[in-house]
Design a protein around this ligand. Structure first.
Ligand code: UDP
Ligand code: UDP
Length: 465
């Protein structure tokens, strides 16, 4: 008698780095538990994914063509390559056309008796629920957000009619949620700040919310010790008693999340040369935010003026450092224009602060490595994350951006950098980050809350099939 085949899980990430990377880490965690994983993606996303996952028979990639859609540059299959975030709705439209090939994949699995115990798909691919139902496969939604930001967003979405009459500075309560801070409309995503539109983007998000609710459960990249008190509020949005499974920080399953950049990367060598621990501030706005060149000038001067050492990662193709700046800050600053191994930078003992746009992955990575944040939110739910980081978790400070989205000057930047790296607020935030970092590592170790949650999840799914 042969042994029974390993359980099979299908993972379908949305084509944005911040959404794909945590699901790749989750794939590795499943693999370590003897689960067979099939990842679905599109041609130009495949090479990056293949670089990231181990070459093992139990993990494979299924590649489906990315649809051609009017308005989207050909070959643009990842949001990090969108010329402008205004094209995001067209990108969503394109991904909806992946439904038919996805159905074909499940049909072939069904025909060969290899249906998975579940499909874990990004919430932006909500329509996967419809296909999963055709084959009786449970679908779990992955949102790439934290528990509290998701609970606030879902509650606010339900309360949209009340938000219309508010101004950005009005505070408001959200029923069913006990918040660790006062919320104003300005903290919310733009789609909730301007809730009376009825364009295709709003309809798309309405559908996503509906599909989340009908799913078997939600996978959350967070851990109980950090956000457990808000789990029931989030679960109230899932029908039929579906659960929110906190299995994070998912990055820590990847060899404790310390990154894998080779030692000969210039920025690693530069960090190795720094004699003082916690002396460098790492600055990055993630894989998709666009920062204007005027703002980058101010940022570079502000960092230089602060006197602290810095690594500044730039995505802009048009920005060049202002005259003399690179020379002036040669000893103290490193400007990098490539993709960096952020985890390796954050895990380095020389790194003592992170000026971040507060994408949820960046928040978790920083906190897991005990590095305090200087929050500079740009878009999406990042304003909410910034509030949670500063007023909820107590692991950072915010840059003093005003209500008008103007350019933040070098003086103001210099002051907050000094406070984070050398001031009392920064010291407290670092202490708190170190405490939470230890809790995060414990959560994913054997017997920890997230490890148990992942085991329970797999058991529940295996029993159900
Ligand atoms: N990242 C990286 N190197 C870079 C830029 C980003 O490793 O040069 C990683 C980062 O560590 C994080 C992800 O890309 O895991 C970005 O996700 P996040 O949620 O922070 O922000 P987004 O890019 O989605 O806005
Ligand atoms: N990327 C990645 N890991 C890497 C290198 C690149 O995930 O090690 C992704 C990331 O989304 C990045 C994209 O590939 O935005 C392209 O890389 P890069 O930023 O260097 O060039 P771009 O095409 O954005 O100009």
């Amino acid at each position: 008698m042969g042994s029974s085949p390993p359980p099979h899980v299908v993972i379908f990430p949305f084509m944005a780095q911040g959404h794909t990377l945590p699901l790749l880490d989750l794939s590795k965690a499943l693999l370590c538990r003897g689960i067979k994983v099939t990842i679905i993606t599109t041609p130009s996303n495949a090479p990056t994914i293949l670089q990231y996952i181990p070459k093992q028979p139990l993990i494979s990639l299924t590649v489906i063509p990315f649809p051609v859609v009017e308005g989207l540059p050909k070959g643009c299959e990842n949001t990090s390559h969108l010329p402008s975030m205004d094209l995001l709705p067209s990108f969503f439209t394109a991904t909806m056309e992946l439904q038919q090939p996805f159905e074909q994949i499940l049909r072939e699995m069904s025909d060969t008796g290899c249906l998975p115990i579940c499909v874990i798909s990004d919430f932006f691919l909500g329509w996967t629920l419809v296909t999963c139902r055709l084959f009786g496969v449970p679908r779990l939604a992955f949102t790439g957000m934290g528990v509290l930001s998701m609970a606030i967003t879902k509650t606010a979405w339900e309360q949209k009619p009340n938000l219309i009459s508010k101004s950005d500075s009005d505070t408001f309560d959200l029923p069913g949620l006990t918040l660790p801070f006062t919320l104003t409309r300005a903290d919310l995503q733009d789609i909730l700040r301007f809730p009376d539109c009825d364009d295709s983007f709003h309809r798309f998000i309405s559908a996503v919310v509906h599909y989340d609710a009908g799913s078997w459960g939600v996978i959350v990249n967070s851990f109980t010790e950090l956000e457990g008190v808000h789990v029931s509020a989030l679960e109230s949005f899932i029908e039929n008693g579906g659960k929110a499974w906190c299995v994070g920080p998912i990055l820590l399953y990847d060899e404790m999340g310390y990154g894998s950049a080779s030692d000969n990367q210039l920025y690693i060598q530069w960090l190795d040369e720094q004699a003082v621990s916690d002396s460098v501030i790492y600055v990055s706005f993630g894989s998709q935010a666009h920062v204007s060149d005027t703002q980058l000038d101010e940022l570079a001067f502000g960092l230089h003026k602060s006197g602290h050492r810095f690594i500044l990662v730039i995505r802009s193709k048009t920005w060049t450092p202002p005259d003399g700046l690179e020379e002036m800050s040669k000893e103290k600053g490193l400007i990098v224009r490539d993709w960096v191994d952020q985890r390796r930078i954050l895990a380095h003992p020389a790194t003592g602060g992170f000026l971040s746009h507060c994408g949820w992955n960046s928040v978790l990575e920083s906190l897991s490595m005990g590095v305090p944040l200087l929050a500079w939110p740009m878009m999406a739910e990042q304003r909410l994350n910034a509030k949670i980081v500063v007023e909820g978790f107590g692991v950072g400070m915010c840059v003093p951006f005003g209500e008008k989205s103007g350019v933040l000057g070098r003086e103001a930047i210099c002051d907050v950098v000094r406070e984070l790296m050398g001031g009392e607020k920064g010291r407290k935030a670092r202490e708190r980050a170190e405490v939470l970092g230890r809790m995060a590592k414990k959560a994913i170790q054997k017997g920890g809350s997230s490890d148990k949650s992942l085991t329970d999840l797999i058991e529940s799914l295996s029993i159900g099939t």
